[in-house]
Design a protein around this ligand. Sequence first.
Ligand code: GDP
Ligand code: MG
Length: 163
Amino acid sequence: MSLTLAIVGRPNVGKSTLFNRLVGKRLALVDDQPGVTRDLREGQARLGDLRFTVIDTAGLENATDDSLPGRMRRLTERAVDMADICLFLIDARAGVTPNDEIFADILRRRSAHVILAANKAEGAAADAGVLEAYGLGLGEPIRLSAEHGEGMNDLYTRLMPLA
Ligand code: GDP
Ligand code: MG
């Protein structure tokens, strides 16, 4: 299959942790356009019997709230345009933040095919945040823990019909 999945969301929600879990060491820099693309990492993901390309909007580690509207928006739009599907992560422990809403708007405006995931969802402390995620209006959130590898079966179930 030649599916491309972009992992998007504000800094610190766990995008790179999930990317690394999906890709292991099979990664490359995206280098076909100057500028933002050095901040996109591309890898070949494995999830069960699925094989697909995954893009991490990396390079945001030092982004501040002030840089969100500009640099992060451009980087995210670039990733969305490269992808067939966007995996939009929020931090279930933090709940839905104003910056999450900015990302939701970007995805809606680009008419992206979105899978919503509430990450850091291990344990009961995440329950309220998972419920808040429904309020984004982007469908039912997958409950994920990228760090602990929980919810990967649910991600598989959502991706499998698209493969
Ligand atoms: P990114 O900025 O979105 O790429 O986020 P990172 O992948 O760099 O993760 C940010 C922080 O969240 C790191 O300290 C991770 O260890 C932590 N993190 C990532 N996934 C999880 C998770 O599933 N549960 C918890 N509790 N922490 C996580
Ligand atoms: Mg990252």
